[in-house]
Ligand binder design. Sequence first.
Ligand SMILES: [Zn+2]
Length: 307
Amino acid sequence: MWKDILGQESAINILKKTIKQNRLGTSYLFFGPDGVGKTKTAKELAKVCNCQSIVGEQEDSCGRCSPCYKIEQDIHPDVKIIKPASIHFLISQIQDLQKEVYTTPFEGKKKVYILDKIDKMTTEAANAFLKTLEEPPANVLFILVTSSLEVLLPTIISRCRPVKFNLLPEGIQTRIFPEWGLEPTRFHLLAQASGGSLGRAKEYLEKGIFEHQAKLSNEIENIFKKDNSFLLISKIATQIVDFYKKENIELFLEIFLVWLKQSVNFINLYQAIDIVIETQKAIRFQNANLQLVIEVMFIKLKEIGKG
Ligand SMILES: [Zn+2]
């Protein structure tokens, strides 16, 4: 939802207005400094295009339906974030893109291609891509993202509607978190866990989830330290399920992912993320037994933790 993006009111207002007036273009160019929410905003726009709960010219996504969830997790088949495969985009990446843009969406309303670091295109790749921009397929939205506008081909720029992103107002979190009664030592985890989203940070705090997670973290660490930890795993899984219940269990997994990313020293992060995402899918789409699914997740994580 748009409220999850901080400090980019002017960019978001432009987008909301075009959606409301039903004048969404085929290609946009999001430009501005790194780390201020350009890709996040692109994903939000993809959600608005594909959200199941949207009626008419409503300009915000629900953030809860299956397409919104899949886009957030980068697993929606019609919404792709494409980055340079090496130091540059390869010409084959552009050719692959050209082959698939003219097919109809798999399950969504609109295919959205977010091309991140579009400045990393060789002239050859850019010229190939230009052809696609000049003959835009129906039901496709291109969002080009860059922090270096000056190196783009002018012909590419002229084909897109530009949206400018600004530096975030300084200390957006350090200003707001104390108002919520949060101690400075906890800023970091909360800021990380909420991905720079104040809306989400507030939700975590209000539900007491952040407090609970802080206590749980030590125990979870013990799973990896102790040899025979099945009883501990079972106990922790019970605590998690009792506290979060089915309706909030995905919040637990989101925060847990952030915690894992900070614990790379004893675990293979890429494998670990896969395991957590599998768990998310099992819960969301397979109506699985929560206790069992969480236990299995910890057992699998412990296995890769040894290596
Ligand atoms: Zn939705």
